[in-house]
Design a protein around this ligand. Structure first.
Ligand code: GLN
Ligand code: ZN
Length: 756
């Protein structure tokens, strides 16, 4: 029999029950017992759903109150000293969210997903112990409900590889023996509780490994297998998010009983794995855990049959490519999507059915799941042929893009001179990144409009008044280049997606981003085009309110792609180019409307970088080309800005320079301008606005602090190429702090001008 297996299920709940419970608990409106009860209810429902769907391997310990990496940190007793004195849930949430006395631990993206984990902190002399037995408790909890589970653990080497050393010179992997000792103890406890298998996730196996990391993997699993030789659960080593590549022999050679591989991202690795897997069981990640499309079951069955032919059905499991954490819970709750589109989609619950059908067919032939296969084939065929997906005009236009379409008429040096003549800005020009505070009043009006309680005309008048006031305030504060404030936008991707064809939106397609925070990515299902201008009305309205230069605000194609569920029937690069052409038309329309400056935000360009070094250049090539395609339709006199919300540029400087934006604004205040060294070393030629105000914190920075940041900047970048701006948009801030901070920012720019 081929087993149907799952690696992890969304924990947030189909109606975001966990989010709501957590937030009430944090507010003090819910007690710990009620929070625990909600969590237990979700776990029970998830186990029941998976059992009902026919999963033979059902995960436990995939639930988390915040994050599975933080769970591991807490379990290992690796609590940073600043949280001493707290315990249980208090300590746990303090690590995640901080307290007045102790700032939160850092958070960063989990591999190339939009899920964020809490970065473990390591200090010299740190000790590890089995500080809690949550994985064991969860196993027993499921067992009490009649569900035999396979507990999931973040692997010890991945945990250490993702950790940050807080002591100078401390090598995280040097702590491996102590960490592995805790895992060995835990596996013993799981065995006592009756677990026969555990799933240990080591996704670092799909990254480029250092020799030390490879050695750590060997050491860790040698130790664990020695410890288990006296009895204990068998280990399924799970890899996902890509191919094993040059780590394939290493992974296949580790002394574990099973291996999970991602055959959605890397179907080509199956043959090589089959040749090397020895006598291990193999879990085939055939159903996409990172996207929402219904699977091509027939194609997947071909791969599954290859594996059963080589290994025999007993040693094969069928599974999603990775945990289903990264997809929404249940398509059944999408009542507003039309049936055609719905027929092309599968959320977590539907993916379980796909796994089950595929496992049945892999074990007993396609006839064993004839209905599911017939339905899947029909859906594939309907989708491929649908006129809603294919727009010949869009395809023809994308195919006709030439190198000349990616070129501005003149080089930066020529452009900037013309732009300066047109704009007449002072030295150290001041501007903001786009959004101004989204006050409760604005959110209320938007919600009322959405519910139909405020009519279009009243809503429009309300937004006009907000925009007018925002522009007047910017003038009073003395900013040089103004923005309209983005009050009409709910979100920087959704706003555009709603107006482009080829996009759709779900009602409940929530995916956990971090902690209680969820995102609902737009779905790009078809060829993308722009039926009409999207921002020109507001831009024109705003420009008419002032005599100062107004900046038109757009989201770039790479960011739109990165923050959406993207169609899987053509390369991402192709979809990105279509989005780029739509935004290019918007840029041209904004220029025609008289906007002298247009900003194209590429907040997510960096996070789209492939995990493997060898794949990065190809990505950067098409991503940069897409940006240039949007930006190159304008005259020299029109100034193109871009904005990026991060401060790591070292490894992507050539791409940043190749984007050739006239002005780039970046996040810099927290790095003390050190990141500008990358720009200096690369001799980055164009204008730069390094953020001088950390907008992630409510703190109002002193003018003197901004002056000193700007002075550091002038030591690295010629003064005549520097702009003065915050780190990012201001939508999450309040007006009082914004007014004070911008007063300081404008004051700092004036101070530098006087010195010049
Ligand atoms: N223009 C957007 C804003 O100001 C940019 C936000 C971002 O890059 N994350 O909100
Ligand atoms: Zn930003």
């Amino acid at each position: 029999m081929v087993k149907a297996a799952n690696l992890g299920y969304p924990r947030i709940g189909a109606k975001r029950e966990l989010k709501k419970a957590l937030e009430s608990y944090w507010k003090g409106d819910l007690d710990a017992a009620a929070l625990e009860a909600t969590a237990a209810g979700l776990r029970a429902a998830n186990w029941a759903a998976q059992a009902e769907a026919g999963m033979a391997r059902i995960p436990s310990n995939d639930f988390s109150f915040y994050d599975q990496v933080l769970d591991t940190t807490a379990m290992l007793g690796a609590v940073p000293p600043r949280f001493a004195g707290l315990d249980g849930l208090d300590a746990y949430f303090a690590m995640a969210r901080g307290t007045d006395a102790a700032p939160a631990m850092e958070m960063t993206k989990w591999f190339d997903t939009n899920y964020h984990y809490i970065v473990p902190e390591l200090t010299a002399g740190m000790t590890f112990r089995l500080a809690n037995q949550i994985p064991v408790e969860r196993f027993k909890e499921a067992k009490a409900r009649g569900v035999h589970t396979r507990p999931v653990l973040v692997g010890p080497v991945t945990w250490l590889a993702l950790a940050k050393a807080k002591t100078e010179g401390l090598e995280p992997l040097s702590l491996l023996p102590q960490v592995v000792a805790v895992y060995a103890e835990l596996l013993g406890r799981l065995a006592e509780a009756g677990a026969d298998w555990v799933q240990i996730d080591e996704p670092i196996l799909v990254r480029d490994l250092s020799p030390a990391e490879a050695e750590a993997l060997r050491g860790a699993y040698d130790t664990l297998s020695a410890a288990l030789s006296k009895g204990g659960p068998r280990i399924l080593l799970a890899t996902y998010f890509g191919a094993l590549g040059d780590n394939l022999e290493l992974a296949c050679g580790l002394p574990v009983d099973g291996l999970h591989i991602d055959l959605v991202r890397a179907p080509g690795q199956l043959d090589a794995v089959l040749a090397k897997v020895g006598d291990k069981s193999l879990s085939l990640g055939l159903i996409d855990g990172r996207n929402i499309w219904r699977s091509d079951l027939s194609r997947a069955l071909g791969l599954a049959q290859k594996a059963t032919a080589a290994l025999g059905g007993e040693r094969v499991e069928i599974a999603p490519s990775c945990s289903l954490l990264h997809v929404p819970v249940d398509l059944a709750h999408e009542t507003a999507l039309d049936d055609e589109l719905k027929g092309w989609l599968a959320f977590a619950r539907q993916k379980l059915d796909e796994v089950a059908a595929l496992a049945r067919a892999a074990g007993s032939g396609r006839e064993a799941a004839a209905d599911a296969f017939a339905a899947a084939d029909a859906a594939m065929a309907a989708r491929a042929a649908s006129a809603r997906i294919h727009d010949p005009a869009v395809k023809a236009r994308a195919a006709a893009v030439t190198a000349a379409d990616l070129e501005r008429p003149s080089p930066y040096a020529v452009r900037i001179a013309k732009q300066q003549a047109r704009l007449g800005l002072p030295a150290y020009p001041t501007t903001t990144i786009g959004s101004f505070p989204q006050t409760p009043e604005i959110r209320k009006a938007r919600a009322a409009h959405r519910r139909g309680e405020m009519n279009d005309a009243d809503y429009r008048a309300f937004l006009e008044e907000q925009t007018r006031q925002c522009i007047r305030r910017q003038e009073e504060l003395g900013l040089d280049v103004l923005v309209h404030g983005e009050f009409e936008r709910n979100d920087m991707v959704e706003y555009f997606g709603e107006q482009l064809s080829g996009f759709t939106f779900t009602k409940n397609g929530w995916v956990q981003s971090y902690g209680s925070r969820c995102v609902k990515p737009p779905v790009i299902f078809g060829d993308v085009s722009r039926p009409r201008a999207m921002t020109v009305d507001w831009a024109k309205f705003a420009a008419a309110q002032t005599t100062r230069p107004m900046k038109g605000m757009l989201t770039g194609p790479v960011t739109i792609l990165q923050w959406s569920f993207v169609r899987d029937d053509q390369p991402r690069a192709e979809t990105c180019r279509q989005v780029a052409l739509a935004i290019r038309d918007e840029v041209a329309d904004l220029e025609r409307a008289g906007l002298p400056i247009i900003q194209i935000d590429e907040a997510a360009l960096r996070e789209g970088l492939p995990l493997r070094q060898a794949e990065r250049q190809e990505y950067l090539d098409w991503a940069v080309a897409a940006f240039r395609l949007t930006a190159s339709a304008v005259a020299d006199e029109t100034q193109i800005h871009t904005h990026m919300c991060y401060s790591e540029f070292n490894d992507i400087m050539p791409a940043i320079a190749a984007m050739d934006a006239d002005v780039i604004s970046i996040e810099a205040s927290r790095s003390d301008m050190e990141l500008l060294e990358a720009f200096r070393d690369f001799e980055y030629p164009n204008d730069i606005g390094p953020g001088v105000w950390d907008i992630h914190s409510p703190r109002v920075p002193e003018q003197s602090a901004m002056v000193s940041l700007l002075k550091s900047a002038t030591a690295l970048i010629p003064a005549d190429r520097l702009w003065v701006n915050p780190d990012c948009g201001l939508k999450t801030r309040g007006w009082p702090e914004v007014e004070r901070s911008i007063t300081h920012l404008v004051g700092a720019a004036r101070t530098l001008r006087e010195k010049a």
